[in-house]
Design a binder for this molecule. Structure first.
Ligand code: EPU
Length: 331
């Protein structure tokens, strides 16, 4: 394994900000993983996929390990097993081409497979936890592999056990239960609209294609406008609190959640009400077509982007009394 010193991660994060790290290595295989030094402390390590959900704000005194994208998918005991370095969208397309359902609503989500359990990726009424059976981790202190069941991953909305960063784990592979009789979910309005004129139910592949088109039309392509998708989570709020806010703001959007009793509101709507949609200071701003997308128009630094997010959080807190929580990992 080649270890680089004082490496710039600018081309490896979709916000395209400069960030130097102490040491840097790329891995492509299990043997690369096993060659990682055993003695690195958890706080001195950073495991990266494609850098599409991370905001760097300062120099990293860490050993950065980056998965080099490489598709590797097999079927073992009826489960689909994917290597962590597989690009997520390639896994979705592999599945729908074989008429296997369960992750078609998660089409076109950027990033690699290993990052998917980390934040329990979700879109259009589906989350990774709905089809995930196990996550295999490599412990770089002991050199051993270990499998966590779905329950052990402690999944919730954009959250998992992996976010605690208190174990020396690198996610190496995941096992998914994808089936040819998995129910189609086109309950979200944009998907219903897409299939309104179609008499027979869509195939998994058609759903994946529709989701891809919707995402392409809503979200900026990071190669054209640097961003990391939704910057904040949609706040989960108590129904009582929701009622109180709705007395003053009648249009407050509220969505039921599949996995918990509370309701979610729209972070994009809250930000838009506070005037952040399209707001820009220097090269840091929020996308003019979707208020939840923090964007780097060119040469913004991580600190400038961070400052913009803090302003937005403060404004939402003052106006609505709601505390926005970052979805993107800020380092
Ligand atoms: N809205 C506004 N202003 C805007 C944009 C949206 O008011 O500028 C309101 C509208 O009422 C709209 C609602 O927000 O109906 C929801 O918007 P959208 O369908 O774009 O979804 P979202 O809640 O902003 C979430 C996920 C996305 C996922 C979509 C579709 C989070 C943090 N984000 O976004 O995930 O693709 O739903 O399911 O949960 C991501 O995690 O990076 C991501 C893009």
């Amino acid at each position: 394994m080649k270890i680089l010193e004082n490496h710039n991660l600018k081309n490896l994060n979709t916000f395209a900000v400069d960030c130097y790290c102490d040491q840097f290595a790329e891995i492509q295989s299990l043997s690369d993983l096993e060659a990682l030094p055993h003695n690195i402390k958890i706080t001195e390590m950073l495991i990266m996929g494609s850098g599409s959900n991370i905001l760097f704000t300062e120099k990293l005194n860490r050993f950065v390990v980056r998965f080099k994208p490489r598709k590797h998918i097999t079927v073992v005991d009826n489960l689909v097993v994917a290597w962590a370095g597989t690009p997520w969208h390639e896994l979705v397309m592999w599945a729908v081409d074989k008429n296997l359902g369960g992750i078609e609503n998660l089409a076109y989500i950027p990033g690699l497979v290993g990052a998917a359990p980390f934040q329990n990726i979700g879109a259009y009424g589906t989350e990774l936890r709905d089809s995930l059976v196990w996550v295999e981790v490599y412990n770089w202190h002991t050199g051993l592999y270990h499998r966590l069941s779905n329950e052990e991953c402690l999944f919730s909305y954009r959250h998992s056990v992996f976010k605690y960063h208190d174990q020396p784990w690198v996610i190496s592979r995941i096992g998914l239960d994808l089936r040819s009789d998995s129910p189609i979910n086109i309950s979200y309005q944009p998907l219903q609209d897409k299939f309104a004129k179609q008499s027979k139910p869509p195939t998994y592949k058609e759903v994946a294609q529709a989701v891809t088109e919707i995402r392409q039309s809503k979200l900026p392509d990071p190669s054209e406008l640097a961003n990391a998708g939704s910057f904040f989570k949609n706040p989960v709020i108590d129904p009582q609190v929701a009622k109180r806010i709705q007395r003053r703001f009648k249009d407050l959007p509220l969505f039921e959640t599949k996995h918990c009793q509370e309701q979610k509101t729209s972070a994009a709507w809250l930000l838009e009400q506070c005037g952040f949609k399209g707001h820009r200071e220097g090269d840091a701003g929020f996308y003019d077509k979707h208020a939840l997308i923090l964007v780097n128009h060119g040469h913004a630094t991580g600190q400038e982007l961070l400052k913009m997010t803090k302003m937005a959080k403060r404004a939402v807190k003052v106006k609505f009394g709601i505390e926005l929580e970052e979805e993107v990992r800020v380092l």
